[in-house]
Each structure stands twice: as structure tokens, then as C-alpha cells.
Design a binder for this molecule. Structure first.
Ligand code: HEM
Length: 522
């Protein structure tokens, strides 16, 4: 017996040695695979890049017991993103269900209960072109308020823009998804944006280090109080807004019923393709297609990702995550990162400014229209290049529901996890040229885009589960950038080469550069 266990120990040690020494596996450890790389989030993207160089654009490893295929090849990414067998998100997103509650972002499309496709169909109309156009006056109004705020910093020392821009995009997200009522910006700035930051930090912790769901560990790290205060603030705010909107909706239903008895005229009714996100959620609640929890989760998630407070008492229940991130954090990041890159590459900033001067020759409060945004061709190139070189969501992940046969001859069995490494795919030198790692808006000249695969650039992903808010994000970002860059010049001492990236579900910078802002006189 003793010699048998000695024999097995020897075999195991030899096996570990073999894995260790073979170049192919030299850093993918047995038993845990690449799980240890997820703990230090500032290393994830750089490590994936090393593995991509070693194994090519499609390779496989393990995260604990889960087989993980990592893809940075546009052709294979397209096959995965278009496959109905890959519509489910990977197990890592379970961390979101834990903190946010299930929302469109993490819902599954499993065969018996295709909840994701049902919710997606219901919400698509809230993001249609007509609705988007109706938001333009509100976008203009909010940027004007932002410009007033930035005036305080013009001509003064270096400033951190992120807090101001996040407050701004949070106001926008709230007003456009939860109804156009005006917002108390001071309250947003002092409490909500900070609460959101804490909540987001906690969500990233839970997603990448699931053991941090343990309340005891949170307490040991001294973060429990901060997180629960954040969740209370956010929950209070969302519930207040929901209560007001529900009250208005239910009152208007009563009015409609009374009116219907008095007359058959229903001209006051809002057409279904002209409804806000919250209206759609509430309509579905009234006709029993959504539960009250679904309304809470979907509205909370689209703005904040807040989970139903009564459903669980754990510290992380209803914390913030990704759709909240989607609705305003990714948008805020894209705006600040574009300003940052233009500050680092002043020639590009001058080209944007010249384009803006010819579109808006007059100084003062601009009223930017949809047509104006369509004329800003160079601005489009700059925005695309920002999202190429700094992919706002660097990784997305799926799980196969059935076997799927890829065009490279590989069959992925059901239950395999797939990560699409958008960050490194956007920087592949064989696709984007030898300067792929630097910022050059000319990459998006139509002549340079002609021979590129349509999935080589996917900041909002493509395929079945592409970002529902992509047009909203692009339009609001363009209007914001146009007003800011027409009014101010941005500079920074920070160098592009010194940027260090953190995979925090969205792309973060280890150190965010400070900006100097100067008013333009022309
Ligand atoms: C620059 C801004 C944005 C970027 C880069 C972005 C990017 C993305 C990406 C990459 C995904 C796919 C995630 C995955 O497959 O795992 C996604 C999904 C999603 N996004 Fe966005 N997003 C942005 C803004 C927004 C906005 C403004 C909203 C809402 C108003 C939004 C709502 C959503 C939702 C609900 C999903 C899940 C869709 C589904 O699974 O059917 N996003 N986004």
C-alpha cells in the first residue's frame, strides 16, 4: 500500500515537472491553470498578450476546474459571437448576479427559459433611433452644465477630470433611462458618484476573487462598512426614483381607465416605440410579464445595477455593477480617455479643433444637432482610435451550451468557457501594423479599413449580444467631446508610453493623468 502511494506521488511530481518544464505550459500551472493571473488585475492584459504571442490567437488553459479558450482572432471571435450556442455569459459573470442581481447583461438564454432573448426584445425599442434623437436637447443641456463646471478649472493648475465627467454621465444616464426630471448635481457629486465607485470596486473584487463574497473577509479587509454604506445610498436613490415613476405610471393608468369609460379617444397614449426604458419595464410589470423584482433589477442595472434589497441580507447583495458601468462608467471613461489621448497628441487635438471651427464658427453656447455629429468625420476617427487602443471593455466571456465546430477545425464541447480578448485583438500588429500599440486616428481612414475583418474592431462587441446602448453611447460622447473641445484646449505632461492598464471589468488606468484646461478664445 505504502509503495503504491509512493508510486502515485512520484508520478504526480513527474507530471508537474513535465508541465512546468515544457515551454508550452511553462506558466500555466497544473490544478489552477491561469487563475492566479486574475488576482492581480494589473497583470491580466499583459499576461494574455504574452500567451497570445506564445500560442497564437486561439489557445486553451484552465481557470481552476474550468477549461478556458482565449480568442484574439477576428474570424473565430465572429463565429463565437454569432453562435446561438454561445449566447450565455461565462461563469465569471455569476459574480454580477451576486452583486447586481440578474439583468439583461448577465441573463441566460438557456433553451427551456430563454430569459435573455425575451428581455432583450422588450428593451430594444427603448434604444431606437427616434428615442435617441429625442435625447439630443437633454445631452446639450447637460454638457452646458458641465462646461460651466469646467470653467472653474480653466487657467488653473492640473485637475483630475474623471469625477466631474462621471457625475455628468451619471446625470445623463439617470435622466435618459429613468425619466427626464432634473437632478440635484451636488447630491450626485458628494454621495452617489463616490458610492458608485466603492460599489464598483467591490464588484470587481467579487468577480475576479469570488472568495471575497465572504462577509468575514470583507470585514477583515476593513471594507465592509464602506461597501454597505454605498449600497444603501444607491439603493435609496434608485428606489426613490422607481417609486416616483411607478406612482406616475399607475396614476396615469387609472386616468386612462376613467377616460376610456368617458370616451373612446386614446390619443394621449404614448406609442410603444416612443417609450423610455423605465416605461417599458413598468408596462411589462403591469401586464404581468415582469415581476416587481425584474423591474427593479432591470432599471437598477441599466443605471446602477442595484439588486433587490430584500432578497438577501449579505453585504454584497444589490451592489453596483456592469450595466451601471455600461450606462455611465464606460461612457465617462471613453470621454476622459479621448481627452487624455488628444492632450498627449496635440497635433490630433488641433485637427479636431479645426474641424469643429468649420462646423461651429461661432463661439458661445452651441446647440449641437444630429446632423452636426454626422459631419464630424475626424472626431469619429479619433473616438474609434481611442476605443481601439484603449478598449473600454477589454475582455468579454461566454460559455458553450452545445458543441460548436469552429472554422479552424476545432470543436468546443458544451460547457467550455470562452474569453474574447478584445484589448489584445485591437493591438495585433499583423492587423493594425507595426505601430498598433500607439495612437493614430489615421488607422480609421476608409482606405486603411478596407482590408480589415469587420470583427477586428469590436469595442461594443457584435453578434447576438452586442451592446444595446452603443448608439446612445456614441452620440452622447460625440456631443460632449464636440462642446468640450470647441471651448477648451487640454494638455498634460503624462506620456502615452507610461500608461499602465488594469482589467477591472472595464479598462482602468493605474494612474490617471491630470489635465490643464485653457479656454479657447476664437
Ligand atoms: C462607450 C460606452 C460603452 C461601451 C464601450 C460598451 C460596451 C459593451 C460591451 C463590450 C458589451 C458586451 C459585453 C459582453 O458581451 O459581455 C456591452 C453590453 C451591454 N451594454 Fe454596453 N457599452 C457602452 C455603453 C452602454 C450604455 C450607455 C448602455 C445603456 C444605456 C449600455 C448597456 C449595455 C447592456 C444592457 C448590455 C448587455 C446586452 C445584452 O447582453 O443583451 N452600454 N456593452
Amino acid at each position: 500500500m505504502q509503495s503504491l502511494s509512493l508510486y502515485f506521488t512520484l508520478i504526480t511530481l513527474l507530471w508537474i515537472y513535465w508541465l512546468w518544464t515544457r515551454r508550452k505550459f511553462y506558466s500555466l500551472y497544473p490544478f489552477i491553470g491561469m487563475a492566479h493571473h486574475l488576482i492581480r488585475r494589473e497583470e491580466v492584459l499583459a499576461k494574455l498578450s504574452v500567451y497570445n504571442q506564445m500560442y497564437g490567437p486561439v489557445w486553451c488553459s484552465w481557470v481552476g476546474p474550468y477549461p478556458f479558450v482565449v480568442i484574439s482572432d477576428p474570424v473565430i471571435a465572429q463565429e463565437v459571437l454569432l453562435s446561438p450556442n454561445c449566447v450565455n455569459k461565462c461563469f465569471i459573470y455569476n459574480g454580477l448576479d451576486y452583486t447586481v442581481g440578474s439583468s439583461l447583461f448577465s441573463l441566460k438564454g438557456i433553451h427551456q427559459k430563454p430569459r435573455w432573448s425575451v428581455h432583450r426584445k422588450i428593451f430594444n425599442p427603448a434604444f431606437n433611433h427616434k428615442i435617441l434623437l429625442s435625447f439630443i436637447p437633454l445631452f446639450n443641456e447637460e454638457v452646458d452644465a458641465l462646461v460651466l463646471t469646467l470653467d472653474k478649472y480653466a487657467g488653473k493648475g492640473p485637475v483630475d477630470l474623471m469625477q466631474n465627467i462621471q457625475t455628468y454621465t451619471l446625470c445623463l444616464a439617470t435622466r435618459t433611462t429613468m425619466g427626464g426630471v432634473s437632478i440635484d448635481r451636488d447630491q450626485f457629486e458628494k454621495t452617489l458618484v463616490q458610492s458608485y465607485q466603492s460599489a464598483l470596486e467591490h464588484t470587481a473584487d467579487v468577480v475576479f476573487s469570488p472568495w471575497l463574497k465572504c462577509e468575514f473577509l470583507q470585514r477583515m479587509r476593513g471594507k465592509q462598512k464602506k461597501y454597505s454604506r454605498a449600497k444603501m445610498d444607491i439603493n435609496r436613490f434608485v428606489r426613490k426614483r422607481l417609486r416616483v415613476n411607478l406612482r406616475i405610471a399607475l396614476t396615469s393608468t387609472c386616468f386612462k381607465l376613467v377616460n376610456a369609460q368617458l370616451s373612446t379617444d386614446d390619443s394621449g397614449e404614448r406609442s410603444p416605440d416612443n417609450s423610455l426604458f423605465i416605461d417599458i419595464a413598468i408596462e411589462n410589470f403591469k401586464c404581468d410579464r415582469f415581476t416587481r423584482t425584474s423591474v427593479d433589477n432591470e432599471c437598477g442595472a441599466i443605471v446602477f445595477g442595484v439588486r433587490n434589497a430584500s432578497s438577501t441580507s449579505s453585504i454584497a447583495n444589490f451592489l453596483v455593477f456592469i450595466s451601471y458601468t455600461q450606462a455611465f462608467e464606460t461612457t465617462a471613461n471613453s470621454i476622459v480617455y479621448t481627452l487624455m489621448l488628444l492632450a498627449m497628441f496635440p497635433n490630433c487635438q488641433e485637427k479636431v479643433y479645426e474641424e469643429l471651427l468649420s462646423e461651429f464658427p461661432e463661439m458661445g453656447n452651441l446647440n449641437i444637432t444630429y446632423n452636426n455629429t454626422q459631419n464630424l468625420i475626424y472626431m469619429d476617427m479619433v473616438l474609434n482610435e481611442t476605443m481601439r487602443v484603449l478598449a473600454p471593455v477589454p475582455l468579454v466571456a461566454r460559455e458553450t451550451m452545445n458543441d460548436i465546430k469552429l472554422s479552424n477545425g476545432v470543436t468546443l464541447p458544451s460547457g467550455v468557457q470562452i474569453a474574447i480578448d478584445i484589448f489584445n485583438m485591437h493591438r495585433r500588429k499583423d492587423i493594425w501594423g507595426p505601430e498598433a500599440d500607439t495612437f493614430n486616428p489615421d488607422n480609421f481612414l476608409s482606405a486603411n479599413m478596407q482590408n480589415k475583418h469587420s470583427y477586428a474592431f469590436i469595442p461594443f462587441t457584435k453578434g447576438l449580444r452586442y451592446c444595446i446602448g452603443w448608439k446612445y453611447a456614441l452620440l452622447s460622447t460625440k456631443i460632449t467631446l464636440a462642446k468640450l473641445l470647441r471651448n477648451y484646449k487640454f494638455t498634460t505632461d503624462f506620456k502615452f508610453e507610461n500608461l499602465k492598464f488594469v482589467e477591472d471589468i472595464t479598462l482602468k488606468l493605474q494612474q490617471l493623468p491630470l489635465f490643464t484646461i485653457e479656454r479657447r478664445n476664437e
